[in-house]
Design a protein around this ligand. Structure first.
Ligand code: GAL
Length: 414
């Protein structure tokens, strides 16, 4: 009797374990806005078409800080999710700790080495092992504008900082909120990426954010960048504090504000609202950063579930890298494909510009990882930059103090 029930229990356990393993992937991600969720659905449906179920583990919070906190708790508890959205140095960190499954067999079969750009491979491989599957390439030096608001005020697309401030003054005089912004550390830092690039140029951005050069971090040019951040702060509405990025995008969509400086995931919100680039909204590079790109690429890391890559993990990675998925997904997400061999003619005008800019910046040596989105420096440095930029944005430091704090914080974080 006892034997029989024991056998039944074992059988039931084997069945339920088998069912969970064979049918589902659990995916931790931070794609919770309308546009992001629409893009994620493209992936869910792709997998469902292959008979693989999706256990959703969303952790709200743009930029993924909160998602990374939840991930650490899950790993510490010995229960990592199957697949996890992650960025740049965070991926390398988990890879170096030996926590990620080796995707080399699949990568070799599908020829990832030949089609994924070098700049992305640098964040997808550790010691020659593929440890994550790149979904896209975003970039942070974009501005999104409401076309009718600009037209009504006689504003042409600004290409320099001075033209930008002139446009801001015109909107202010007309009683329109010039800049839609959400006061959260990662959003302040996203704007800072572009402001630093615009103020100091490509070599300065690299020296400060990639090489972490003290002279660059402590320079007058950096002080000028902070002064420009203060100008931006003076031209957002009074309710900016804590606002989610997609609500700031909605202000531009609804004509309540002229501009938002944000990565191209913002385009996903415009599209999700049925808006058309060139007709309802405009996308252009942050004034003064026209020939440079500060990028971040979303990837899915596959956590080692105690052995080889599971068939569901392989199916997910394979689906992510397939050329048709790369186009279908990135059309909705606002980003551009993570493969160099896909035909982008199906993308809208902003997407096509994004692809062209990316290729041009890569070949002219003007493609750099985004500090705000984990592709310029490791998490500790990124978080140190967040703290200083946010404190300055909220008036705790003047620009000269912010420069000194930046030098100190980055030095301590290394
Ligand atoms: C970025 C991510 C994008 C977008 C954005 C806002 O870090 O790369 O895909 O989701 O955060 O949530």
């Amino acid at each position: 009797m006892m034997m029989k029930s024991l056998k039944m229990t074992v059988a039931a356990l084997a069945l339920s374990a088998g069912a969970a393993q064979a049918a589902d992937v659990e995916v931790l991600h931070w794609w919770t806005s309308g546009g992001e969720a629409a893009a994620l659905n493209v992936l869910k449906q792709d997998l469902e078409g292959q008979g693989i179920g999706w256990q959703d583990m969303p952790v709200a919070g743009g930029g993924g800080t909160e998602a990374m906190t939840v991930l650490r708790a899950r790993v510490t508890a010995g229960d990592p999710p199957t697949a996890v959205q992650a960025l740049g140095f965070d991926i390398l960190d988990w890879g170096n700790q030996g926590a990620l499954a080796n995707l080399n067999e699949l990568a070799a079969k599908e020829g990832w080495d030949d089609v994924v750009p070098e700049a992305l491979q640098a964040f997808a491989k550790v010691d020659g092992k593929w440890i994550s599957a790149p979904v896209n390439v975003h970039s942070t030096n974009w501005v999104w504008a409401n076309k009718s608001v600009l037209d009504a005020n006689g504003i042409a697309v600004p290409t320099t900082w001075d033209e930008f401030t002139a446009a801001v003054e015109t909107l202010k005089a007309a009683g329109v909120t010039p800049i839609a912004h959400g006061g959260q550390a990662w959003q302040d830092a996203t704007v800072f990426d572009a402001v630093v690039m615009s103020t100091g140029g490509a070599d300065f951005y690299k020296a400060a954010f990639v090489d972490l050069d003290e002279d660059a971090l402590g320079s007058d040019t950096m002080k000028e960048a902070f002064d420009r951040m203060a100008y931006i702060r003076a031209n957002v509405d009074e309710n900016f504090s804590g606002r989610d990025w997609n609500l700031a995008t909605a202000m531009v969509i609804n004509g309540e504000a002229g501009f938002q400086m944000m990565g191209d995931w913002a385009k996903g919100e415009f599209l999700n609202a049925g808006k058309v680039p060139g007709e309802d909204f405009l996308c252009f590079r942050f004034p003064g950063t026209g020939d440079t790109v500060t990028f971040n690429a979303d990837q899915f890391m596959m956590f080692d579930q105690g052995g080889t890559v599971s068939s569901e993990q392989a199916a997910l990675a394979s689906a992510i890298l397939s050329p048709s998925f790369q186009i279908a997904f990135n059309k909705v997400k606002g980003s551009v494909p993570a493969r160099t061999d896909v035909d982008g003619s199906d993308l809208d005008a902003c997407g096509q510009q994004g692809m062209k800019d990316l290729a041009a910046a890569a070949s002219s040596g003007k493609l750099f990882g985004s500090m705000a989105h984990g592709h310029a420096a490791p998490a500790a440095v990124k978080n140190a930059v967040y703290d200083v930029v946010t404190a300055h944005f909220n008036g705790e430091y003047d620009s000269a103090t912010a420069v000194q704090e930046l030098v100190d914080a980055v030095s301590i974080a290394q």
